[in-house]
Design a protein around this ligand. Structure first.
Ligand SMILES: NC(=O)c1ccc[n+]([C@@H]2O[C@H](COP(=O)([O-])OP(=O)(O)OC[C@H]3O[C@@H](n4cnc5c(N)ncnc54)[C@H](OP(=O)(O)O)[C@@H]3O)[C@@H](O)[C@H]2O)c1
Length: 332
């Protein structure tokens, strides 16, 4: 179905954000609110969670899109239960492929902008060095397969539609924010146990959900902020540097201790182990490192150093302030 936005929708900056209760969805609520506080004419922003629209229901999703007429669709929702996906393949594909298919089709048909998120788990981790956006994907588990299929369906829809719609798929890794994540799990275990065993042969980059929301908005919105034109496609989006889960655990525990939190574990009582010693239902890539050169080039082209500086933010600085804020708020 091809349509066009009503004249009122064309005039309004209408933003629809899916996944409002997830880590990235909450980060978008914070970042969009900061961005729009000072505006005289504020965009209309609607945040949608499971209770407003179950994304397994494509009909309902379609109705919502037609009713809201968004000019910017941000899909921060996903089926993210990596291990459970091994036995819930249908649901994983429904949320990670068929729901974004409906969103992308709407955006392509109506000249809207679509933001979507993918994962390092589309790769098998066998590459030596940093993955590039167009490297061959070979997901090891169902979650990764569903996210790779989601990337494909979005690209196909926009390729076969020569309208004015545009999309960006940000591939990211090891996301943490307001919600259950590995840093919180590590800190909880560090409170309960003296010794922790953490995997030290999987390499990747911890990514703050707020950082990811900011970087995404930097690509799609200009300083006014109005939608800007960009080249549709996949962009790797992770902060600078790299670590292992073990490196991340040692840092998180040390920062919590420095902030005065009482923990049973200490960096010296965290033991590095190999991934084979901790088998999980879904295998993970050993190497999750992704090059962000493509996004660097785009931001360099905008001539705004602050966007480049933000992209270059080191992962460990962000983790330090995240753990320090958890400690300050009594959340450890
Ligand atoms: N987390 C990571 O480490 C990581 C790594 C790489 C890439 N990513 C990608 O980054 C994006 C954001 O991840 P995240 O960590 O923010 O995920 P998250 O915290 O798990 O949030 C996902 C959101 O999707 C919603 N959702 C799932 N099924 C739904 C359904 N049937 N109907 C409506 N909503 C549904 C969930 O709703 P409920 O709250 O109701 O369950 C949840 O709020 C995703 O695309 C993910 O694949 C994440």
């Amino acid at each position: 179905m091809t349509g066009s936005l009503s004249s009122t929708a064309k005039e309004r900056m209408n933003i629809l954000v899916f996944g409002k209760d997830g880590q990235l969805g909450k980060a978008f609520q914070e970042e969009l609110s900061k961005l729009t506080t000072a505006l005289l004419v504020k965009p209309t922003i609607q945040y949608v969670g499971r209770s407003e629209c179950d994304l397994a229901d494509r009909e309902l999703l379609s109705q919502l899109l037609n009713q809201v007429e968004p000019r910017l669709i941000i899909n921060a929702s996903a089926y993210t239960a990596v291990d459970k996906a091994e036995t819930e393949s249908n649901l994983a594909f429904a949320i990670n492929v068929r729901a974004p298919e409906v969103m992308a089709q709407y955006a392509a048909d109506h000249g809207a902008t679509f933001l979507h998120y993918s994962t390092d788990y589309v790769f098998d981790g066998e590459k030596y060095g940093y993955y590039l956006e167009d490297d061959i994907r070979n997901p090891l588990g169902i979650y990764g397969k569903s996210k790779a299929a989601g990337e494909d369906v979005i690209a196909r829809i926009f390729a076969s539609n020569n309208g004015s719609g545009q999309y960006a798929i940000f591939r990211t890794s090891w996301v943490y924010g307001d919600g259950g994540n590995l840093i919180q799990t590590i800190l909880r275990l560090a409170k309960e146990r003296e010794e922790l065993k953490i995997i030290n042969d999987q390499f990747g980059v911890p990514t703050s959900a707020n950082w990811l929301a900011q970087v995404s908005l930097n690509l799609v919105l200009d300083e006014h902020p109005h939608l800007r034109k960009f080249t549709s496609g996949i962009y790797h989006a992770v902060p600078a540097g790299e670590t292992t889960w073990y490196g991340l655990a040692c840092l998180a525990v040390q920062v919590a201790l420095d902030a005065g939190v009482t923990l049973k574990a200490h960096p010296s009582t965290i033991k590095p182990i190999l991934a084979v010693e901790y088998p999980l239902p879904a295998p993970r890539p050993i190497n999750s490192r992704m090059s962000t050169d493509k996004l660097h080039l785009v931001f360099a082209g905008l001539g705004d150093m602050s966007k480049l500086e933000q992209l270059n933010q080191p992962w460990d600085k962000a983790v330090q302030s995240y753990v320090a804020s958890l400690a300050k708020d009594g959340l450890i």
